[in-house]
Design a protein around this ligand. Structure first.
Ligand code: ZN
Length: 285
């Protein structure tokens, strides 16, 4: 397996990033990512993954483009208003880079259909804007054992959370009966903050997708990484998965001399009906 001449030229600047750059590019080409939600977060995440050379994307969204989407959702043009988001997004992404395989699911999926889509992907990315969808994808991530990368932005607040089979799950953090979700429809939203959050998510995804199994196995757990001095490659050597903060959530803050995401460990709820002791079938602990 190698890159074509065309791919070598297209990705030539990425291929300058270290001795293992070709291996990392090839790992990225092998990866399939599910992106649920093609709004303010999903558009830049999908766009960056496709630009960078991901192998395949499953794009899921049941909405049509609205005029009020356009300040943040840059895959759509004014004359796309009223058209299905997933189809328009896929067409733009194909124009940009014809190499990645794109699967389009222009609908809201039931559990079975979403599980089928999730099972063939390496990573699930939650860019949705409503609580039932977040809980649905969280549950399927837990059941299929797939890592879940998620972002949420409303008002002037932005959060990311990265979960895997060893960490707390999203349901540990929220009350599933919580009916009122604060989203950009009710709270407004800052377009640049959405893009910045999406790019932080995309950067983490690319770090993860390009890491080898050995690099992931040998990674320094996030939170202990500050024992390692910064090298010349600031902030971290590219493709080194010690920077993947699974089991943490990141909150955007601009204060003092720091602008960016502050990361905090997540606590698992032993009573969680999704991942806790009470979710295990009878007889299991
Ligand atoms: Zn849980």
């Amino acid at each position: 397996m190698n890159l074509s001449d065309n791919e070598f030229i297209r990705y030539s600047r990425s291929l300058m990033l270290g001795d293992d750059a070709l291996e990392r590019q090839l790992r990225l080409r092998q990866a399939r990512v599910l992106v649920l939600g093609l709004g303010g977060l999903g558009c830049p995440v999908a766009s960056t993954l496709v630009s960078a050379g991901v192998g395949a994307l499953t794009l899921i969204d049941g909405d049509v483009v609205e005029l009020s989407n356009l300040p943040r959702q840059q895959l759509y043009q004014t004359n796309d208003v009223g058209k299905p988001k997933a189809e328009v997004a896929a067409a733009r992404l194909r124009q940009h880079n014809p190499h990645p395989q794109l699967q389009v699911l222009q609908c809201r999926l039931n559990d079975e259909a979403l599980r089928e889509a999730a099972e063939v992907c390496d990573v699930l990315v939650d860019c949705s804007d409503n609580l039932p969808t977040r809980l649905q994808l969280n549950r399927l991530a837990r059941e299929t054992g797939k890592p879940l990368f998620a972002g949420a932005v409303s008002g002037a607040s932005a959060q990311l959370y990265l979960l895997n089979r060893h960490s707390a799950c999203y349901q540990c953090l929220v009350d599933p009966d919580w009916q009122v979700l604060q989203n950009c429809r009710s709270m407004g939203v800052d377009p640049a903050l959405v893009t910045l959050t999406a790019q932080q998510l995309a950067w983490l995804l690319l770090q993860y997708l390009q890491a080898s199994a050995d690099q992931i196995a040998q990674a320094v757990p996030f939170g202990q990484a500050n024992q390692i001095p910064f090298g010349q490659a600031n902030p971290v050597p590219f493709g080194h998965a010690s920077s993947i903060p699974f089991g943490h959530y990141g909150r955007f803050a601009a204060s003092g001399n720091h602008i960016g995401f502050h990361w905090y460990p997540l606590q698992q709820d032993p009573g969680c009906t999704c991942c806790g002791v009470s979710s295990a079938p009878e007889g299991e602990v």
